[in-house]
Design a protein around this ligand. Structure first.
Ligand SMILES: *Cc1c(COP(=O)(O)O)cnc(C)c1O
Length: 245
């Protein structure tokens, strides 16, 4: 059970992150409503997630299928929109279809194809973002920037997908401001693609910015930030999820 103190802290953190995001938007000459806050809920118990949803969080992003399923069954997400933001194996796609409104992390044509196939079986169209490996890191998934146009040209063949935009996780940055370069690059790609016309593709969403850099991301045109630590506190990877209260 969460203590009153833990509840108060979580409530304050949510308000604080929203205020910081709104200020960053205004500084950039943008409207705060242009930016969607996705709470990155990994490693947090169903109770904590439920409390966050009852206290101002309207979108939750999970990054492991198993964890999402467990919390889903425990009704953690309530009325919030549920999205998937993590690395996804093609054999697990079937568990997500029908549960998540958006899969943010489509980084290969193979995965796009698997999602398309599963969505077709259920007779739905699945909203997705294409993940871009903007730092060209070998350990990371995602399309390389130079592969993106070719991938977009294949999208008309995926009638049960709707590509809503782009997502990126830039390299881990040792100093504040380090990722501005990547955020600018992402925004440029986003704008370039917006001017082109592909079936099943609409550049509505640019998902970038996490706890350490969401204000920089907003200054560069992000429309969706994914924030974990600044809302829920540091994650303790040593404890099982249900142990965290
Ligand atoms: C955990 C996670 C985040 C949030 O990270 P923080 O630094 O804790 O804000 C954002 N995006 C993805 C894909 C994540 O897995």
């Amino acid at each position: 059970m969460m203590t009153g103190q833990e509840q108060a802290l979580l409530r304050d953190n949510i308000a604080h992150v929203k205020a910081r995001a709104a200020e960053a938007a205004v500084r950039a000459g943008r409207r705060p409503e242009e930016i969607t806050l996705v709470a990155a809920t990994k490693m947090n118990s169903a109770e904590r997630v439920r409390f966050a949803v009852e206290n101002g969080i309207t979108v939750c992003g999970e990054n492991r299928v198993q964890e999402l399923m467990e919390k889903y069954e425990q009704s953690a997400y309530g009325d919030a929109d549920l999205q998937f933001i993590g690395t996804l194996q093609t054999n697990k796609v079937k568990y997500l279809i029908g549960k998540v409104s958006l899969i943010q992390s489509v980084g290969s044509l193979r995965l796009a194809q698997a999602i398309n196939k599963e969505a077709a079986k259920r007779g739905i169209r699945q909203n997705v973002l294409l993940e871009v490996n903007i730092g060209k890191e070998s350990a990371k998934s995602g399309f390389l920037p130079e592969e993106l146009l070719e991938a977009l040209e294949k999208m008309p063949g995926f009638g049960n997908l709707s590509v809503r935009g782009l997502m990126a996780i830039p390299p881990v940055a040792p100093h504040k401001g380090n990722n501005l370069y990547y955020f600018h690059e992402m925004h440029q790609l986003f704008i370039d693609i917006s001017t082109k016309k592909y079936d099943n593709v609409c550049m509505a969403c640019l998902s970038m910015g996490m706890t350490n850099d969401f204000e920089d991301a907003i200054s560069c045109g992000s429309t969706m930030i994914r924030v974990g630590t600044a809302i829920f506190g540091a994650r303790d990877y040593g404890k099982p999820v249900q142990g965290i209260v």
